[in-house]
Write a protein that binds this ligand. Structure first.
Ligand code: IPD
Ligand code: CA
Ligand code: CA
Length: 256
């Protein structure tokens, strides 16, 4: 069953990725959602429509939770979709953006796919079966000290959370090898899974930003928790910390 979900998710993510690449050559109509920095374009919607239509065609009985105001609750099996993660990057032609699709069954994420069209990279995982990049097994880095870790983070759209995010950034930048701020949480998590980053943290993300990526990190041998080191819950946790596992506690200590 999971293999079938994965196959569909990969095929949809790649098709949506091509649509997004085509959109780079066209004018993007940008509108605002929760604030001036929270953007949406016609291509976020087109990508979402493509994915929602294909899920409905194959699994009409399944639930869907998708970012651009779309949700249906029908069954215990749910598709969690970010049709374009990194919309601000996309609007500015900054090439890091992705499509994120996860499948949840009985409350657990069982399949995750993050596709980064410009890199032609598809990160995948099935719960209990490891993680892959373009069909090849991947694993997290082995860096065990924070001082030798390359980290990544993001700043939340919610203005109330920004001061805390800046404080944390300023503390961590002195304790690590560097911090990247790439503007796309699903690719950030995928980069932890393949060892390009040793760790990532962010406050205030939504289930569609992290559902697929957090499974991919865990299946690549990494660790994902909230800021207190408790089990990460895509719906309830306020923040996410995803690392190679070796430097997890040290990062948690510095976050608090
Ligand atoms: C955003 C990106 C960004 C993160 C934001 C997310 P969107 O997703 O993942 O890196 O900092 O909090 O909302 O809006 O581009 O899909
Ligand atoms: Ca997103
Ligand atoms: Ca999005």
């Amino acid at each position: 069953m999971e293999e079938d979900f994965l196959e569909l998710a990969v095929s949809m993510a790649r098709e949506a990725g091509s649509l997004l690449i085509d959109g780079l050559g066209e004018k993007r109509d940008v509108s605002h959602k929760t604030g001036p920095a929270d953007l949406v374009t016609q291509f976020d919607r087109a990508s979402q429509n493509l994915i929602v239509d294909r899920v409905r065609e194959s699994y009409p009985e399944h639930s869907i939770l998708a970012e651009e105001e779309f949700g249906v609750e029908k069954s215990e099996t749910k598709w969690i979709v970010d049709p374009l993660d990194g919309t601000t990057n996309y609007v500015y032609n900054y090439p890091l953006f992705g499509v994120s699709i996860a499948v949840e069954a009985e409350g657990k994420t069982v399949v995750g796919v993050v596709h980064i069209p410009v890199l032609d990279e598809t990160f995948t995982a099935i719960k209990g079966e490891g993680a892959e990049l373009n069909g090849e097994p991947i694993s997290v880095s082995a860096t065990d000290e924070l001082s030798r870790s390359l980290l990544s983070t993001g700043f939340p759209y919610d203005q109330d959370l920004v001061p805390e995010a800046i404080d944390t950034f300023s503390r961590l930048v002195r304790k690590s090898r560097g911090i990247r701020r790439d503007g796309a949480a699903a690719p950030d998590l995928s980069f932890v899974a393949v060892g390009r980053y040793d760790g990532f943290w962010e406050l205030g993300l939504s289930p569609w930003d992290v559902a697929a990526g957090s499974l991919i990190v865990e299946e690549a041998g990494g660790q994902v928790t909230d800021f207190s080191g408790e089990r990460f819950d895509i719906y309830d946790s306020q923040g996410i910390v995803a690392t190679n596992g070796e430097n997890h506690q040290e990062l948690l200590d510095k976050l608090s």
